[in-house]
Design a protein around this ligand. Structure first.
Ligand code: NAP
Length: 296
């Protein structure tokens, strides 16, 4: 039988760091990958460790790593297909690791990078939000949407957002001027938006075209399937591609360090309850931010 002493520790690649994980976020992409729903876009080979976000402490660094040291508290965002963050010890290329702002707890650090990159890239790279632009953000109460509302308001946009009725005050508090409850009110009276950000898809996507001015921009992330009606309404339709680009990750933590945005945590569960965490997410029982797993 194999004993622990038989295991050989491989040397760390020169540009990699080893991180003792303290917390990991559970995102919709984790449940979708696990359920095989993204197999056509992201063909997985098993076994796969889930987790796109996490935070921990560096325990070893490769010979060529610069700007990071053993003992640093960091946030990590591994690639979609690689080994995820729900493990005791992660080994990642330096590009997927950034120092955690001291103002954030480990749990908040584990809820920052994936939603942050998913908010930063659509608003700044894809939609190029400018002061005064009218922007509607669907799902403004979710992990991504709540950061988008905070950043769009900070950039000087006139923000409208949708969420469930019990979250209206919460989303208004994040900086939205107008909040529409999808389970009570009809958002179709909204008009002349410069940008609509769709984090929902399906019927919400379909009904969002008339909200835009001609020449406006509908930006969507992978959610439910969409029907592109851009030419019918004279608007640009773009799927924003989210990647673990180090420059973006640095911008995301800098905005948190400056207090421009703060990641929201819906609940914290022990790592042993990862199956329940996935189930809660799939049942729509997670609201106002990320479910975070604590790793001992
Ligand atoms: N790479 C990518 O393309 C990428 C990256 C990040 C996220 N995404 C996708 O973007 C979506 C949101 O991600 P997330 O991490 O923010 O998820 P999340 O934290 O689970 O939030 C989802 C939110 O959707 C809201 N919602 C549900 N039905 C709605 C409706 N009909 N109208 C408006 N809002 C509705 C809910 O709001 P209430 O709680 O108020 O009901 C919930 O808070 C997911 O589908 C995710 O897979 C894609």
């Amino acid at each position: 039988m194999l004993e622990p002493s038989d295991l050989v520790e491989l040397p760390l690649a020169p540009d990699h760091v080893q991180v003792a994980m303290h917390a990991a976020g559970v995102a919709p992409v984790d449940t979708k990958l696990r359920a095989g729903l993204l197999q056509h876009l992201l063909p997985l080979s098993l076994p796969k460790v889930p987790g796109r976000d996490g935070a921990g402490v560096i325990t070893a660094i490769g010979a060529e790593v610069q700007g990071l040291q053993v003992g640093d508290e960091v946030c990590v965002m591994p690639g979609m297909l690689g080994r995820g963050t729900t493990l005791a010890c992660a080994v990642l290329p330096q590009q997927q690791v950034v120092r955690k702002p001291a103002s954030l707890s480990m749990q908040e650090g584990a809820a920052l990078l994936q939603p942050g990159a998913s908010a930063w890239i659509p608003l700044l790279r894809t939609a190029r939000i400018q002061p005064g632009m009218r922007v509607l953000i669907h799902a403004g109460s979710g992990a991504v949407g709540s950061l988008m509302v905070q950043l769009a308001a900070h950039l000087g946009a006139d923000v409208t957002a949708t969420c469930r009725s019990s979250n209206v005050d919460y989303v208004a508090g994040l900086g939205a001027r107008q909040v529409i409850a999808y389970d009570r009110d009809d958002f179709s009276a909204v008009r002349e938006q410069d940008v609509v950000i769709d984090l929902v898809g399906g019927a919400t996507h379909d009904r969002s075209y008339p909200l835009l001015r001609r020449g406006g921009h509908l930006v969507w992330l992978v959610a439910a399937p969409i029907r592109d009606r851009g030419s019918e309404f004279g608007v640009t339709v773009t799927r924003s591609l989210i990647e673990e680009d180090q420059q973006v990750l640095q911008q995301v933590v800098d905005l948190a360090a400056q207090g421009v945005w703060r990641p929201a945590i819906s609940a914290v569960l022990p790592m042993a309850e990862i199956a329940r965490a996935h189930q809660m997410l799939e049942e729509g029982a997670v609201t106002r931010g990320r479910l975070v797993l604590e790793i001992n």
